[in-house]
Every structure is written in C-alpha cells, then in structure tokens.
Design a protein around this ligand. Structure first.
Ligand code: DLL
Length: 433
C-alpha cells in the first residue's frame, strides 16, 4: 500500500517539473522574507527571476550548519514568529543548538511524509506503534508521533528510557511497530529477552529505526533478535525531522519524499555535483516549507542517489545507506575510517555483540585506534587462548576492511555503556589534547 500514490509514483519528468515550480516559489519566498538569503543572492548577482527551473539550482549559494549557528535562533526564518507554531532543536557538538521553526502547514507536511514512511513499512490504522524516540526538542519523538497519528494508527508516546516499562507496555498494549534508534532497539531486544514475557506474547513485527548511521549487519542482528522487519527512517532537524525518507518492503534504498525535499549529491570538497549513483555529500533544498525553508543545505551526510524505479512501484529517488557524516570521519594515520565500517565487520562475526566503541589517541605523534567490542556471552571465556583466537580473527578482518591495524580490546558482555538515543561510538582523545 502507498500513502500518496500521486506523489510517490509520479513519472520522473513530471516530478522534475513539479520540483522546478516549487523551487521557483521557494526562492521567491526566501528572497522576499529572509534577509541573509536575499543578501547572499544579491552578492552573487542573482534575483529570483534567474531561477526558472531545476537546472538553475546550481546557481544558488549553499547553506551550511554554520549559517544556522550564525543566525541563531530565528535569523533564517522566512515566516514571522506569529506564524511559527513549533520549534525543535538539535544540539551540535559545539555551543548553541540549531533551531528550526515550523508553521502549521509545515507540521501538516511533516505528518504527511511521516505517514508515507509508516505506510511503506506496513503499519495500518489498526496497529499500535510504540514511539521510543526521545520527545522534546529532538524531532524523533514528536515526528514519529505525528506520522502514526496522521495515518490513523494508535500511538504509544513512550519516549526513551525506563526500559522495563517499555517492555511491559509493548507486551500489554500489543505494539506492532517500534520506533527508536537502532542502538536503543538493540538494548530493548536484550531487555525483551531477559523479561518474564515469552516472545510469542509480543505482537511486534515492524521497526522504524533511524537518527544515526546503521549497517546491514545491524539490521540483520535486530531482525533476528526481535523477530521483526527493521526499516530505515531518515531525516534531520534542519529539513523537517524523521520523514525525509524511508525504506519500503524491498529494503533496497531509502525513498526520499522529493516532492518536498529536493536532493543533490555534491563532492564534499569542491561542492560540484557528482554523477548519479556516485557517493558524495547529500544536499537538500526544501521546496514547500514556510517556516524555515533552506536552499542547498549541506547535510554533511555521505551517500549516493539512485533514480531507477523501485520494485514496490514508487518512482521516487532512493538514497543508499549513509556511510557516515563528513564530520564523523576519523583520519587515522592519514587513512579515512568510518565507525560504520567497523560495525559491518563486528556484525559479521557471531563471537561478537554489536556493542562497540572506538577510542582514538595520539601517542608519540602516532595516531592509535582501539576498538572495544563485547564478546557474545556464549563465546566469552576465562581461557586466554580462546580469547586470543577470537581477537586475532577480529584484528585480521578489521585490518583488511580499514587498511590500518587496530588494537582490539575484547570486553565482557554488557560492559559497554548502552544508549537510549543516539549511540556514542567514538572517543577521540586527540581532540581533548
Ligand atoms: O536524527 C531526525 C530523525 C529522528 C531521523 C528519528 C530519523 C529518526 P537530527 O538530530 O537533526 O535529526 O540528526 C540528523 O542524523 O544528518 C544524519 O547524520 C543522522 N541520521 C538521521 N537518520 C539517519 C539514518 C534526526 N536513517 C542527522 N541513517 C542526519 C543514518 C541518520 N543517519
């Protein structure tokens, strides 16, 4: 079932025309209502009449996270505060958060794109969905909440934390869907296994997981542990929140709701567009937003776009898995390392649990990488030889995937701190020095 067949299955030509028309209107909106955008365009000698179709988008300047910080909190809004009915914020690593403002129409669109996601996962009106993303300034909780409400399902607004109660209510209320971060889902999976309720008493079938990078290996792990199908949901505060994109039953890429959010992929260094299918930095222009429309916003997320029609019937562009963020990429002895590469190796090995932490340091001017990873209970042993054997295997595989030799520390089951929201996978001590 498809929530909005007209938009999700439109021909590529018609979609481009629609996007072009909407872009033209958005450019006028920001030019007329948002001074920083008007100034930027004027500096480039551009007026709204120069943007006539989608082909002209490359003339427009980029918007960055720094711009959002510089114009904190409301400087990039294109609607007066009297029209803004909600704000959300995402906390960055430094200083002030990024604030996004939404008009009533923006919230309606958010509900609509969210409903497309949960419909694609197979959630229907009669289903109960437990939303275990944090509620509050983070967009996860309220975003998933309005998605399920819009399609007419029953929301359990659980928020994150209080794991025992999560399991009890999931059991008692018969949740079919669970929406949370993949790392929290893993935590809940262990809690569910330890709970007094037998698995067959749960109705859980569908997971809507996102807000952090996760791998195919992690998907397999979650699907097996929870006995569900685990779907990706993508989004970011600046663009709208969860609902920018979603997987379908074929789990072959994340469909983007491109009638609202126009995606491009650019080379992260030069800013030049790359060929379709090539990896680069994802850039979005919102083409229907009123509160805080953003043009050519650099997400820092690294992925690729694929335009072939999907087996599910949707024609919308599909995004590949997010490898990581440009700013999450670790450069260790000159080699680029993403936590997701480590995760993919860990998930392949049955002796390991997908709970891990990367500790990076610089000792005597040389970068070091420690990979702390939990050993599966069934394989954990006091016999040094057994542990050394596992370790050898892990080191070997990591070395061949990463191209550098990591120091692997096998740790006891359940010793790495669990996350109830976005997992923290990296401690970079070099930054603290
Ligand atoms: O994480 C919105 C969200 C909530 C998405 C719940 C999905 C589910 P922010 O806190 O602004 O918003 O963080 C956005 O998180 O740029 C990506 O780097 C990362 N991210 C979000 N979804 C995914 C995903 C929310 N499915 C940033 N896969 C984004 C990989 C993701 N990374």
């Amino acid at each position: 079932m498809i929530w909005n067949e007209t938009m999700e299955c439109m021909s590529r030509d018609d979609m481009r025309k629609l996007q072009g028309n909407r872009l033209v209107e958005s450019v006028k909106r920001v030019y007329n209502n948002c001074e920083p955008y008007r100034k930027r365009m004027q500096e480039k000698g551009l007026s709204p009449s120069d943007i006539r179709s989608l082909d002209d988008i490359v003339k427009l300047p980029f918007t960055s996270k720094k711009d959002l910080r510089d114009y904190y909190p409301f400087g990039l809004m294109s609607a007066p505060i009297s029209e803004i009915v909600r704000v959300h914020a995402s906390s960055g690593t430094t200083g002030k958060p990024i604030v996004a403002g939404y008009t009533r129409k923006d919230l309606e669109i958010w509900g609509e794109v969210g409903a497309r996601c949960f419909t694609a996962y197979g959630i229907r009106k009669q289903d109960v969905v437990q939303v275990s993303y944090g509620y509050g300034l983070f967009t996860g909780g309220l975003g998933a909440h309005s998605a399920v409400e819009t399609l007419g399902g029953t929301v359990v607004p659980m928020s994150s934390g209080n794991t025992e109660k999560q399991i009890m209510l999931m059991h008692d209320l018969g949740a079919v869907g669970l929406a949370c971060t993949p790392s929290y889902a893993l935590y809940l999976a262990d809690a569910l296994a330890d709970s007094p309720y037998p698995r067959e008493e749960f109705k859980l079938k569908i997971g809507a997981f996102g807000a952090e990078p996760w791998t195919e290996g992690m998907r397999k792990e979650l699907e097996e542990k929870l006995g569900i199908k685990a779907y990706d949901i993508y989004g970011l505060t600046e663009i709208i929140g969860p609902g920018v994109g979603h997987e379908c039953e074929f789990q072959n890429g994340t469909h983007l709701c491109e009638d609202h959010f126009y995606p491009e992929i650019v080379n992260p260094e030069t800013g030049e567009p790359v060929a379709p299918g090539e990896m680069g930095e994802l850039v979005f222009s919102t083409i229907t937003k009123e509160g805080m429309p953003l043009l050519r916003f650099r997400t820092r997320d690294l992925t690729s776009l694929h335009y072939e029609k999907c087996e599910c019937g949707r024609t919308s562009v599909r995004m590949g898995r997010i490898l990581g963020r440009c700013d999450d990429m670790l450069i260790i002895r000159g080699v680029n390392v993403f936590p997701s590469q480590v995760e993919s190796v860990i998930c392949e090995l049955p002796q390991l649990e997908p709970h891990y932490l990367l500790v990076v340091d610089r000792i005597n001017n040389l970068d070091t990488l420690e990979v702390h990873v939990e050993v599966n209970e069934a394989f954990y042993s006091d016999e040094v030889n057994k542990m050394l054997e596992i370790r050898k295997d892990v080191v070997h595989r990591l070395q061949s995937v990463l191209g550098i030799l990591p120091d692997v520390k096998l740790v006891e089951p359940r010793s790495i701190e669990r996350s109830q929201g976005k997992a923290k996978r990296v401690v970079d001590k070099r930054k603290l020095q």
